[in-house]
Design a protein around this ligand. Structure first.
Ligand code: ATP
Ligand code: MG
Length: 140
Protein backbone atom coordinates (compact mmCIF):
# COMPACT_ATOMS: atom_id res chain seq x y z
CA UNK A 1 0.00 0.00 0.00
CA UNK A 2 1.39 3.38 -0.96
CA UNK A 3 1.01 6.56 1.04
CA UNK A 4 -2.51 7.91 0.80
CA UNK A 5 -4.24 11.16 1.81
CA UNK A 6 -7.66 11.68 3.33
CA UNK A 7 -9.70 14.75 4.20
CA UNK A 8 -10.84 15.29 7.79
CA UNK A 9 -13.12 17.74 9.56
CA UNK A 10 -13.24 18.25 13.31
CA UNK A 11 -16.88 19.29 13.56
CA UNK A 12 -18.40 22.15 15.60
CA UNK A 13 -19.12 19.91 18.60
CA UNK A 14 -15.34 19.38 18.90
CA UNK A 15 -14.27 23.01 18.57
CA UNK A 16 -17.04 24.22 20.89
CA UNK A 17 -16.05 21.81 23.65
CA UNK A 18 -12.31 22.61 23.31
CA UNK A 19 -11.46 19.07 22.17
CA UNK A 20 -9.33 19.88 19.09
CA UNK A 21 -6.12 18.70 20.77
CA UNK A 22 -7.75 15.59 22.25
CA UNK A 23 -9.03 14.49 18.85
CA UNK A 24 -5.71 15.31 17.17
CA UNK A 25 -3.95 13.13 19.76
CA UNK A 26 -6.15 10.18 18.70
CA UNK A 27 -5.43 10.90 15.03
CA UNK A 28 -1.68 10.99 15.59
CA UNK A 29 -1.73 7.92 17.87
CA UNK A 30 -3.34 6.02 14.97
CA UNK A 31 -0.29 6.81 12.83
CA UNK A 32 -1.96 9.47 10.70
CA UNK A 33 0.18 12.57 9.99
CA UNK A 34 -1.61 15.96 9.99
CA UNK A 35 0.01 17.48 6.88
CA UNK A 36 -2.40 20.45 6.54
CA UNK A 37 -4.76 22.01 9.05
CA UNK A 38 -6.78 25.21 9.48
CA UNK A 39 -9.69 26.45 11.55
CA UNK A 40 -12.45 28.01 9.47
CA UNK A 41 -16.07 29.03 9.86
CA UNK A 42 -17.90 27.38 6.94
CA UNK A 43 -20.64 29.29 5.20
CA UNK A 44 -23.97 27.52 4.72
CA UNK A 45 -23.17 27.43 0.99
CA UNK A 46 -19.82 25.73 1.59
CA UNK A 47 -21.52 23.13 3.81
CA UNK A 48 -24.19 22.52 1.15
CA UNK A 49 -21.51 22.03 -1.51
CA UNK A 50 -19.50 19.73 0.74
CA UNK A 51 -22.51 17.53 1.61
CA UNK A 52 -24.23 17.74 -1.81
CA UNK A 53 -24.28 13.93 -2.00
CA UNK A 54 -26.73 13.98 0.93
CA UNK A 55 -28.97 16.76 -0.45
CA UNK A 56 -32.03 14.50 -0.80
CA UNK A 57 -31.72 13.08 2.73
CA UNK A 58 -34.14 14.27 5.43
CA UNK A 59 -31.28 15.41 7.68
CA UNK A 60 -29.60 17.62 5.01
CA UNK A 61 -30.91 20.93 6.40
CA UNK A 62 -30.01 20.04 9.99
CA UNK A 63 -26.57 18.79 8.91
CA UNK A 64 -25.60 21.85 6.86
CA UNK A 65 -26.91 24.25 9.54
CA UNK A 66 -24.91 22.43 12.20
CA UNK A 67 -21.71 22.42 10.11
CA UNK A 68 -21.96 26.18 9.47
CA UNK A 69 -23.08 27.20 12.99
CA UNK A 70 -19.61 27.33 14.57
CA UNK A 71 -15.95 26.91 13.57
CA UNK A 72 -14.54 23.62 12.32
CA UNK A 73 -10.98 22.41 11.75
CA UNK A 74 -10.28 21.07 8.27
CA UNK A 75 -7.30 18.78 7.79
CA UNK A 76 -5.40 16.63 5.34
CA UNK A 77 -4.16 13.39 6.90
CA UNK A 78 -1.49 11.16 5.39
CA UNK A 79 -0.53 7.53 6.07
CA UNK A 80 -0.39 4.14 4.44
CA UNK A 81 -4.05 3.29 3.84
CA UNK A 82 -5.10 6.64 5.35
CA UNK A 83 -8.76 6.51 4.28
CA UNK A 84 -9.58 3.18 5.94
CA UNK A 85 -7.24 3.86 8.86
CA UNK A 86 -8.99 7.13 9.69
CA UNK A 87 -12.48 5.65 9.32
CA UNK A 88 -11.44 2.92 11.75
CA UNK A 89 -10.28 5.40 14.41
CA UNK A 90 -13.36 7.60 13.78
CA UNK A 91 -15.76 4.74 14.62
CA UNK A 92 -19.32 4.17 13.41
CA UNK A 93 -21.46 7.15 12.25
CA UNK A 94 -23.85 6.59 15.17
CA UNK A 95 -21.75 6.90 18.34
CA UNK A 96 -24.00 4.34 20.04
CA UNK A 97 -22.54 1.77 17.63
CA UNK A 98 -18.94 3.01 17.74
CA UNK A 99 -16.25 0.64 19.02
CA UNK A 100 -14.41 1.36 22.29
CA UNK A 101 -11.39 3.64 21.87
CA UNK A 102 -12.71 5.33 18.72
CA UNK A 103 -13.10 9.10 18.44
CA UNK A 104 -16.88 8.89 18.10
CA UNK A 105 -17.22 6.50 21.06
CA UNK A 106 -15.20 8.81 23.30
CA UNK A 107 -16.36 12.23 22.11
CA UNK A 108 -19.45 12.21 19.87
CA UNK A 109 -22.70 13.68 21.17
CA UNK A 110 -25.20 12.18 18.72
CA UNK A 111 -25.65 10.85 15.17
CA UNK A 112 -25.56 14.42 13.84
CA UNK A 113 -22.96 15.87 16.20
CA UNK A 114 -20.56 13.01 15.70
CA UNK A 115 -17.29 14.94 16.06
CA UNK A 116 -15.47 14.08 12.84
CA UNK A 117 -15.74 13.61 9.09
CA UNK A 118 -13.42 11.41 7.05
CA UNK A 119 -13.44 10.76 3.29
CA UNK A 120 -14.86 7.44 2.12
CA UNK A 121 -12.81 6.85 -1.09
CA UNK A 122 -9.78 8.19 -3.00
CA UNK A 123 -11.93 10.11 -5.51
CA UNK A 124 -13.98 11.86 -2.81
CA UNK A 125 -10.83 12.56 -0.76
CA UNK A 126 -9.26 14.40 -3.72
CA UNK A 127 -12.43 16.46 -4.33
CA UNK A 128 -12.85 17.31 -0.64
CA UNK A 129 -9.18 18.30 -0.17
CA UNK A 130 -9.39 20.57 -3.23
CA UNK A 131 -12.52 22.30 -1.84
CA UNK A 132 -10.59 23.59 1.19
CA UNK A 133 -6.83 23.56 0.49
CA UNK A 134 -4.53 24.99 -2.16
CA UNK A 135 -1.63 22.73 -3.12
CA UNK A 136 0.94 24.95 -1.39
CA UNK A 137 -0.95 24.66 1.94
CA UNK A 138 -0.30 20.91 2.10
CA UNK A 139 3.15 20.04 3.36
CA UNK A 140 3.70 16.28 3.58
P1 ATP B 1 -18.94 11.68 7.49
O1 ATP B 1 -19.35 11.71 6.04
O2 ATP B 1 -19.32 12.93 8.25
O3 ATP B 1 -17.52 11.29 7.68
P2 ATP B 1 -20.14 9.11 7.72
O4 ATP B 1 -19.50 8.79 6.42
O5 ATP B 1 -19.90 8.19 8.88
O6 ATP B 1 -19.75 10.53 8.24
P3 ATP B 1 -22.58 9.69 6.25
O7 ATP B 1 -23.56 8.62 6.03
O8 ATP B 1 -21.68 10.10 5.12
O9 ATP B 1 -21.70 9.29 7.54
O10 ATP B 1 -23.37 10.96 6.81
C1 ATP B 1 -22.74 12.24 6.81
C2 ATP B 1 -23.05 12.93 8.11
O11 ATP B 1 -24.44 13.25 8.16
C3 ATP B 1 -22.81 12.10 9.38
O12 ATP B 1 -21.48 12.16 9.83
C4 ATP B 1 -23.75 12.77 10.36
O13 ATP B 1 -23.18 13.96 10.90
C5 ATP B 1 -24.93 13.17 9.49
N1 ATP B 1 -25.99 12.17 9.54
C6 ATP B 1 -26.00 10.97 8.93
N2 ATP B 1 -27.15 10.31 9.17
C7 ATP B 1 -27.88 11.13 9.98
C8 ATP B 1 -29.15 11.04 10.60
N3 ATP B 1 -29.93 9.96 10.44
N4 ATP B 1 -29.58 12.08 11.37
C9 ATP B 1 -28.81 13.18 11.53
N5 ATP B 1 -27.60 13.33 10.97
C10 ATP B 1 -27.13 12.33 10.21
MG1 MG C 1 -19.62 10.08 4.70
Amino acid sequence: MTTQRTFSILKPDVTQRNLTGAVNAKIEAAGLRIIAQKRIHMSLKQAETFYAVHSARPFFGELTQMMSAAPVVVQVLEADNAIARYREVMGATNPANAAPGTIRKEFAVSMGENSVHGSDAEETAAIEIAQFFAGNEIVG
